[in-house]
Design a protein around this ligand. Sequence first.
Ligand code: SF4
Length: 215
Amino acid sequence: MNISEEQLLPLSALQHMAFCPRQCALIHIEQAWQENRYTAEGRVLHEKTDTPEVECRPGIRIVRAMMIHSFSLGVSGKCDVVEYHRNPDGTETILPVEYKRGRPKPDERDEVQLCAQAVCLEEMHQTTIARGILYYGTNRRRKEIQLSDDLRRKTRELAESLHTMYRSRQTPAPHYEPKKCDACSLYDLCCPKSLDKSATRHHAAMLRHALEDSA
Ligand code: SF4
């Protein structure tokens, strides 16, 4: 992807895209937003890491709320924390750290966001970053994530899909998946049950069968 500074899209949109393209379009194209308990808790956790500052400890420099961008992915945003570790041989290891509320998720949306941050830092520092850290608020644990070729490929593909969708200005139709949709912060704005044609057909068939059984 070869894009200009004006065409950079929010890095945070990648995690929405990984979760559900419709949710991503509702937030980033239609500018719809609805806060629920999960997003409110996430916001509070992020506010703790939102103030730009630098801290120095023996052998490590910690930068908080660092602005980052990547022209290859076409995204810009903020890194919660970037750790610069000084190695015994004089080299430096760069480690992006992303704070998340809750537990590790069943999909790879957090990993994709972390990987995009690492790609931004790689471009900005002209280096290679092998791993990053996801910090989860529930268990207060750091989880090390290897930035594999597969994760990088997924991140690149999602960034391309994000730009394609953004250029089209089209919001994809909903596909109702109970597990995913019932916990979605945009459920009420999305109306997945009433707008998903396959779900509507499914419910109509169930109703028809119930009526036939009771006849
Ligand atoms: S309710 Fe479901 S289909 Fe609608 S935006 Fe959320 S996850 Fe996507």
